[in-house]
Ligand binder design. Structure first.
Ligand code: GLN
Length: 472
C-alpha cells in the first residue's frame, strides 16, 4: 500500500473509494510487525483498531464521519485508553489496565480517529533517549545505531517509520520536540492549559502537556484543535475558545512577524556547528521574506536545566508516591508486610532514573532544604517567566535550535546524567514558562541525521506557531 503523508491525503482516498479504513489499518499493522525491531510499539490494539476502522468506513458511507476519519494514530504509553493496558514503560505498571480514557483519547475517538496502539517511551517520561524504558530501547528509523530521542521516542520513531500517520506524546521538558527533532518530524508542545492532562500519567503536573507528533504542520494543527479546550476533569485547562487552527492555517495570509533569537542559545558552546550554521541561514531566509529577526540577550541559559530538574523532580516525587504496590500494577513477591510491600515493590518496580529523580525530588522538598532549593527554583521560574514575557512584548516568536546536536549513539551519554540533562537545554524553557513551542524539521546533518528548529510563541498563540512553522 502507498504511504500516506497527511490526513487530507488519506481522506481524499477514503472519500473517493480508493481506500477503506480497514485496509489502511491492516496495512499499518503489518508495517508495525515488519518493523518490530524498532521497538516503537509496545502493543498493537489490533481488535479495537479494526473495529473502529469498520465503524468509520460505515460512517464515511453514510457521510457522518468526524474530522479525523481515517487518522491512524498511536498513543504514548502514558496516555490512558479505557480497557487497554498502559504502563508508562515501567515495570511498576506492568499489566495495569486503564479504567477510563484520557480526555484527548475521548476527543480523538469522537472525531473518528483510529487508535492503533501504545508506544514505548522513557519510564514515566523521564529521559532524552528512550534508554530509560523498562521495555528496551527504541531505535531511530533513520539509523538504528542512534537513539530516537525521548521521552516520546516511540511516538517520534513510529511517525518517521510510517507505522502510523500521527502520534500523541507528552512534553514536560522537551519530550515531544526533542524526539521530533531527532526523527525528522513535527512536534508541538501546546501552551500550558491548552490541552487537558486528564488521563495522562503525571510526571510533573505544572509542566506536562500532551501534544501531537506528525509528518506535517497541517496535521498537527488539526489534531491540536480536536484535543484542545476546556475540560471539567482538569482544572488547569483554560476555557479560552479553541480556534479552528487547521482552517486558519489554510487561509493564513502571509503575515510578517517579529522574531527574536536568543544570542546566548545560538552562540552556546555546546551547539553543533552545522546546526548553528543552519540557524543563521534560516535567520537570513526569514529576513529575506520580510520578517524582522533580531538577537536578544538571555543571560539565564545556565539556570534553565537546574531549575527544571529541581522543580520537576519535586513534583515527580509527589506524583509517583501513588505507585506503592497496593493500588497499581506490580507488587513484589518478596514482600511480607505493609512496609516491605511499599519498599520492595517500589525498589523492584522503578528503574534507576526514576528512583534517582524521586530521591532528588524528596530531597529538595525536605524540611531543611526546601528554601534553599525548591522555593528558590520557584523564584527563578518566576524570573524566567518575566524575562520571556518581556521578550514577547516586542516579538511574536523566539527562535532557537531544538537540541544542541542531532541524535547520538546508544550509550554515548550513558553514565553521566548531567550530560543527558543538558540535552534539554533549549526545550525546557517553554515548559518552565508555559509557552507553546514547536519543533519543525530544519535540515539533515552530514552524519545523515535530521534535526529541527524550534519556535516558541506567546501563550495560546498556537495559530501563529502553526503559520510560521508551515512557512518554513
Ligand atoms: N528529557 C527531559 C527529562 O528527562 C524531558 C522529559 C519530558 O519532557 N517528559 O526530564
Amino acid at each position: 500500500m502507498k504511504t500516506y503523508s497527511s490526513i487530507s491525503e488519506v481522506q481524499s482516498d477514503l472519500y473517493n473509494n480508493r481506500l477503506s479504513c480497514v485496509e489502511l489499518t491492516k496495512s499499518y499493522i503489518s508495517r508495525i510487525h515488519e518493523n518490530k525491531k524498532l521497538n516503537a510499539f509496545l502493543e498493537v490494539f489490533e481488535q479495537s483498531a479494526l473495529e473502529k476502522a469498520k465503524e468509520v468506513d460505515e460512517k464515511i458511507k453514510n457521510k457522518t464521519a468526524g474530522k479525523l476519519a481515517g487518522l491512524v494514530i498511536g498513543l504514548k504509553d502514558n496516555i490512558c485508553y479505557k480497557s487497554h493496558k498502559v504502563s508508562a514503560s515501567s515495570k511498576i505498571l506492568d499489566n495495569f489496565e486503564s479504567l477510563y480514557s484520557a480526555t484527548v483519547v475521548e476527543r480523538l475517538l469522537v472525531e473518528d480517529a483510529i487508535i492503533i496502539g501504545r508506544l514505548n517511551c522513557d519510564e514515566f517520561a523521564m529521559g532524552s533517549s528512550n534508554e530509560n524504558s523498562s521495555k528496551g530501547n527504541v531505535l531511530n528509523p533513520h539509523n538504528t545505531e542512534y537513539v530516537p530521542g525521548g521521552s516520546s521516542g516511540g511516538s517520534a520513531a513510529a511517525v518517521a517509520a510510517d507505522l502510523c500517520l500521527a502520534t500523541l506524546g507528552t512534553d514536560t521538558g522537551g519530550s515531544i520536540r526533542q524526539p521530533a527533532s531527532f526523527c525528522g518530524v513535527v512536534g508541538l508542545k501546546p501552551s500550558y492549559g491548552r490541552v487537558s492532562r486528564y488521563g495522562a500519567i503525571a510526571y510533573a503536573s505544572s509542566f506536562d502537556q500532551i501534544g501531537p507528533l506528525t509528518k506535517n504542520v497541517d496535521d498537527a494543527a488539526l489534531i491540536t484543535e480536536i484535543i484542545a479546550g476546556n475540560d471539567e476533569f482538569d482544572s488547569t485547562v483554560s476555557s479560552k475558545p479553541v480556534p479552528e487552527y487547521s482552517k486558519e492555517l489554510k487561509s493564513a495570509d502571509k503575515k510578517k512577524y517579529k522574531i527574536a533569537y536568543l544570542k546566548d542559545c545560538v552562540e552556546a558552546n555546546g551547539l553543533d556547528s552545522e546546526i548553528k550554521k543552519n540557524i543563521y541561514q534560516l535567520i537570513d531566509k526569514l529576513k529575506s521574506e520580510g520578517h524582522v529577526v533580531e538577537p536578544v540577550d538571555f543571560p539565564y541559559l545556565d539556570y534553565l536545566v537546574p531549575t527544571y530538574y529541581v522543580l520537576t523532580t519535586a513534583e515527580a516525587s509527589s506524583n509517583l508516591a501513588r505507585f506503592d504496590g497496593i493500588n497499581f500494577g506490580y507488587r513484589s513477591p518478596n514482600a511480607f508486610d505493609l512496609e516491605s510491600t511499599y519498599k520492595k515493590s517500589r525498589t523492584e518496580g522503578f528503574g534507576k532514573e526514576v528512583k534517582r529523580r524521586i530521591m532528588l525530588g524528596t530531597f529538595v522538598l525536605s524540611a531543611g532544604y526546601y528554601d534553599a532549593y525548591y522555593s528558590k527554583a520557584q523564584r527563578v521560574r518566576r524570573l524566567l517567566q518575566n524575562k520571556v514575557n518581556e521578550i514577547f512584548t516586542d516579538y511574536d516568536f523566539i527562535l532557537s535550535p531544538t537540541t544542541p546536536g542531532t541524535a547520538f549513539k546508544f550509550g554515548q551519554k550513558g553514565t553521566d546524567p548531567i550530560a543527558m540533562y543538558l540535552e534539554d537545554i533549549f526545550t525546557v524553557l517553554a515548559n518552565i514558562t508555559g509557552h507553546p513551542a514547536i519543533s519543525v524539521p530544519a535540515g539533515v546533518h552530514s552524519n545523515k541525521m535530521p534535526f529541527g528548529v524550534q519556535f516558541t510563541a506567546k501563550p495560546f498563540a498556537e495559530s501563529d506557531l502553526f503559520a510560521i512553522a508551515k512557512s518554513i
